[in-house]
Design a protein around this ligand. Structure first.
Ligand code: CAA
Length: 699
């Protein structure tokens, strides 16, 4: 018998003496007000029905409840609250069993924790990802998880936000069993088996004995790694409370922390980042454009970039033909790709069979003609216009007519490269980030002549690789490297004006960047920046301040970064150390340039970097290189280690207020002169009370 419950997304069905409560609220069964109300009513009705012995809670669609409805955060709360629903479930006199498929996340997992039994599909995962949204679990997650899994495992799970697979969750004590066949049938059997017995209510369990030193160690690591982000630190506090207070007190304290965090700027920024990550993949002008078919992909060049790209393609199940220029380079290329798989094997990410299967789809060849059968070719050769044009000239002739031809250039003019191919409509940029098999961002560059379906093919391919494609137009450095080049100049000026590399790096790591810019430069190699300075030298405006003297001096000494054991730092046994020689170089450059060395002000530097990023972003928007501010933010978050909890430079600028950013830009202009004028769009929006976010909506 099936009967619709009063609230649409939740229905109930009787299976003999068991009530099956079904949530059906696409796409991910989030706990909207309607779902909460429906659940509460359905549980109460089943509890009151004398013919019902037990209850099973399951979901339709692709997943179990994936959490609170994030769109409701920051709005006035609507009754019933989730805690009320959970306490109705936990205190129910009849057993309630959660049947989990897909992912039980956040509030969804908290629903399951309040049930008296939990069973999951083999492929399911459970988790408490709240810290990634700038909050902590708000409905018992921090108090009930330690009672089942112990405080140490609970702390690891909650502070990382990482989901755990069903088998591991079972081993941790979070699940009663993993279904071997029909999930719902097995859940009903479990529910019947629990009926008539004393119920195991998670909230009533004692926290198991645990290793206090291990707990403190995890807590210290979490706090040490938070770098300004509040939610993991507050998660530690909440889980610790579970070990020292009774459940009621713990739940109230957890709720208070949740309420405090949910309205914070960090939580707003992380919610924006969550939705923008999805929105950025909807490219307005490509809507309805079908991508071309791609099964075989060519890669030109098997250096670090080419090998990483090849691995990414192979991992996604594609056939890959890599072309190199000599027998020796073919051998080295094969070894590089196989080496990446050997590492994946060692770390347990793939097994031997998986490695062999992937390599069986790989051809490394010396014959450029082997690219003829490819549906898409990615050029990852040396970053030099002459080289790229020569390659695209040949590629235009060799590649089949339907093929998309992509360049992985980081800075060069895609339009010029496209013209060299003789078929510019087929040419796009696919700018991967190093290491290409790991980094998620891909800038899909649309040239002036690129056919929409060629661009759509690039977007579709990047998605197939599990990457985040951000579509943009042609300009020097595209979105990410253009913004990077701008704010890096500010950090270069800082060295000349009184700072040392370690001070600048510490300031920006304090701001939340994953790594300071000079440590990054050492990692990437100083030769990259040197090549760019050389390329831009002929067109450099003589009136603009040049900040590259320190870097030029280091390169002249062969200090190209980690690979040479020295750059902005020196490396002893792979460990970064401050190098007095660099201090001396920096000081002598200041003296030569006649720049007085002032005491370093880290806050001022951070303000300048923040303003410079937003200012360059404003120019990128005005030039229509991307249509929306969120495109810029997603590039910075996913390719450049910008702290997600700040949302991105454009979001943060809106939050800080554009008049403040404009005032900072005016200060920068006064300090650094020509080329540092505030962008017109920034001036306009700051004057009209607008924001980059609203510009994105109207423009
Ligand atoms: N609230 C509102 N909308 C959500 C949502 C949520 N919790 N989770 C996903 N969505 C939306 C997405 O925005 C997307 O919408 P569009 O199609 O309009 O873009 C749609 O659902 C599908 O999402 P995905 O594209 O991400 O689908 P997927 O299959 O790749 O991934 C998922 C599914 C793993 C559930 C993923 O969406 C996810 O991780 N969601 C967030 C889960 C989460 O963080 N839950 C905790 C919320 S906080 C909480 O629960 C606290 C509390 O109780 C008090």
């Amino acid at each position: 018998m099936s009967s619709a419950a009063p609230h649409g997304p939740v229905t109930t069905r009787r299976e003999g003496d068991v009530t099956l409560i079904l949530v059906d609220s696409p796409p991910v069964n989030a706990l909207s007000q309607a779902v909460r109300a429906g659940l509460l009513e359905a549980v109460k009705a089943a509890a009151a029905d004398a013919g019902v012995k037990a209850i099973v809670l399951a979901c339709e669609g692709r997943t179990f409840i994936a959490g609170a409805d994030i769109r409701e955060f920051g709005k006035p709360p609507l009754a019933p609250g989730l805690s009320e629903v959970l306490s109705a479930i936990e205190s129910c006199a009849k057993p309630v069993v959660a049947a989990i498929h897909g992912t039980a996340l956040g509030g969804g997992f908290e629903v399951a924790l309040s049930c008296h039994g939990r069973i999951a599909d083999k492929g399911a995962a459970v988790g408490l990802p709240e810290v990634k949204l700038g909050i902590i679990p708000g409905a018992g997650g921090t108090q009930r998880t330690p009672r089942l899994a112990g405080p140490v495992a609970a702390l690891e799970m909650i502070s990382s936000g990482k989901p755990v697979k069903a088998a591991q969750a079972k081993a941790m004590g979070l699940l009663d069993s993993v279904a071997s066949g029909d999930l719902r049938a097995e859940a009903i059997t479990l529910a019947r088996a629990l009926s008539g017995k004393p119920l195991r209510r998670t909230g009533e369990l004692a926290v198991p004995a645990f290793d206090h030193a291990a707990f403190n160690k995890v807590a210290a690591t979490v706090i040490g790694k938070a770098r300004g982000q509040l939610s993991p630190v507050r998660a530690v506090e909440a889980v610790r409370l579970a070990t020292t207070t009774a459940i009621g007190e713990g739940l109230a304290a957890e709720r208070a922390i949740f309420t405090e965090l949910v309205g914070s700027d960090q939580a707003k920024a992380l919610r924006y980042a969550f939705f923008s990550e999805r929105e950025v993949q909807r490219v307005p002008h490509l809507e309805g454009v079908s991508p071309r078919k791609v099964e075989t992909v060519g890669v030109i060049g098997a250096g670090t970039m080419g090998a990483g790209i090849a691995v990414s393609l192979l991992d996604a199940g594609l056939r890959v033909t890599v072309v190199e220029t000599s027998t020796a380079a073919v051998g080295a290329g094969w070894d590089r790709i196989a080496g990446l798989y050997a590492r994946a094997l060692k770390s347990g990410r793939i097994d031997e069979a998986g490695k062999d299967e992937r390599l069986s789809r790989l051809t490394v060849s010396e014959d450029f003609g082997d690219l003829a059968g490819c549906d898409l070719v990615i050029e990852a050769a040396f970053e030099e216009m002459g080289v790229k044009k020569e390659i695209f000239g040949r590629l235009g002739a060799v590649a089949q007519a339907v093929a998309v031809l992509a360049t992985n250039t980081s800075y060069l003019d895609v339009n010029e490269i496209a013209q060299a191919s003789g078929r510019p409509a087929d040419v796009i940029g696919l700018h991967f980030f190093s290491p290409a098999n790991i980094m998620r961002l891909v800038e899909v560059v649309e040239g002036a002549a690129s056919a929409p379906d060629a661009v759509a093919t690039g977007v579709a391919l990047a998605r197939r690789l599990g990457k985040l494609p951000v579509t943009c137009g042609v300009c020097d450095g595209f979105v990410g490297n253009r913004i990077l080049a701008t704010w890096r100049q500010i950090t270069d000026f800082a060295l000349e004006d009184g700072a040392l590399p370690a001070e600048v790096d510490a300031a920006l790591e304090g701001y939340g960047m994953a790594m300071g810019p000079f440590a990054v430069a050492d990692l990437a190699g100083l030769d990259i920046g040197a090549a760019r300075r050389k390329r831009l030298a002929p067109t450099r405006d003589p009136k603009a301040r040049y900040g590259g003297t320190v870097a030029d001096r280091l390169c002249a000494l062969g200090r190209f970064g980690q690979k040479t054991g020295a750059g902005y730092y020196r490396y002893v046994d792979g460990k970064r150390q401050v190098d007095p020689e660099v201090t001396a170089i920096v000081q002598s450059v200041s003296a030569e340039l006649g720049r007085p060395r002032e005491p370093f002000d880290p806050d001022r530097l951070v303000r300048q970097v923040r303003a410079a990023m937003a200012n360059e972003g404003a120019k990128i928007l005005a030039e229509k290189i991307v249509p929306r501010a969120l495109d810029i933010d997603m590039v910075l978050l996913h390719g450049y280690g910008f702290p997600a909890w700040r949302g991105g430079p454009m979001f943060e600028a809106d939050l800080v207020g554009l008049p403040t950013i404009l005032a900072d830009m005016r200060e920068i202009h006064a300090a650094f002169g020509h080329g540092w004028e505030p962008a017109e769009l920034l001036v306009e929006l700051a004057g009209s009370g607008g924001s980059f976010g609203s510009h994105q909506r109207s423009g």
